[in-house]
Design a protein around this ligand. Structure first.
Ligand code: MG
Length: 305
């Protein structure tokens, strides 16, 4: 099989000779390689399970090899739904939203969700809301169902009043997003599972946002890591969790610490269909292998539809 170095060398020789074929130029330019893209698109389209991926899982490869290559690799594995994690000034991974959407859909996948966010303070309120106006416009073009803020600023001095300010901020963003036909949500880590004035930050958030305009994307690994029970939260607040991060310490299923079957059972009981694999650390320093292993684990699990 031709490796990348030989391929580039050959393309360079062809270029020097003035005999470059158009498909080699497009392959080198980071745009769709027609054959690879067609194979990948077929894999995503014929995959039977509705498995999604948070693209943060392949962040280093995106930086090194470009987004197009990563999209093709992910489609070929059989992932169907994507959640982005690179919004900046109207662009998604440096591309116009319509261009990014077309690349994803040409590969048989969907732009389902996006992570993006802003820190908030009363002094910056107007600037922050203008930022969201532009972001909402971009994500409307992208056609996502969800826009998710994946963090919030807290420290040792954070008070419940500060958390309440974030609840009001999220509610305001959620109302704007809702008017544009997009569901806004908040994604947790484990810091939300500490207490301020004897109240769990996570529960305070769940209780104090405008529930009609703000949903929660539960990261099941971080909930458990923080000391919470993902299944209990899903049971107790069926209307607030719309979308899920299926995450483990490294590859899904590898640590043996996460019991995914009751989580999926409760997700389906709640009517949740949208969820994303997230791999943040890798056993063998090989993110693609880890993302593939995670796909295979879930694809082989009888409890995953
Ligand atoms: Mg997550």
């Amino acid at each position: 099989m031709q490796n990348r170095r030989n391929f580039l060398k050959q393309a360079g020789l062809l270029l020097a000779g003035g005999l470059v074929a158009p498909q080699l130029l497009t392959a080198c330019g980071g745009k769709a390689n027609t054959n690879a893209a067609a194979t990948a698109a077929e894999a995503a389209t014929t995959a039977t399970k509705n498995i999604g991926l948070q693209l943060y899982s392949l962040r280093d490869m995106i930086n090194k090899e470009g987004i197009q290559k990563v999209l093709e690799v992910v489609a070929k594995m059989g992932y169907k739904n994507l959640e982005n994690a690179n919004y900046d000034k109207g662009k998604i991974y440096g591309l116009d939203p319509a261009d990014f959407k077309k690349r994803v859909e040409d590969l048989g996948m969907k732009c389902m969700s996006a992570h993006l966010g802003q820190e908030y303070s009363k002094e910056k309120a107007s600037e922050v809301m203008t930022w969201w106006d532009q972001a909402i416009e971009a994500h409307r073009t992208l056609g996502v169902k969800y826009m998710i803020q994946p963090w919030m600023a807290t420290n040792d001095k954070t008070t419940l009043d500060d958390i309440k300010m974030y609840c009001d901020y999220f509610s305001q963003v959620g109302q704007k997003a809702k008017a544009a036909g997009i569901i806004f949500g908040y994604h947790n880590h484990d810091f939300e599972f500490r207490k301020i004035d004897n109240q769990l930050i996570y529960d305070f958030l769940l209780d104090n946002v405008d529930k009609d305009s703000v949903c929660f994307e539960m990261d099941v690994y971080w909930v458990q890591h923080g000391g919470g029970d993902p299944v209990a939260y899903l049971k107790n607040r069926p209307d607030q969790f719309k979308v899920i991060h299926i995450k483990d310490e490294k590859e899904i299923g590898a640590s043996g610490k996460m019991n995914f079957e009751p989580i999926f059972n409760q997700m389906y009981a709640n009517g949740i269909q949208d969820w994303f694999v997230e791999v943040e650390q890798y056993s063998n320093n090989d993110p693609v292998a880890s993302v593939q292993q995670s796909y295979d684990f879930l694809n082989n699990a009888a409890y995953v539809k």
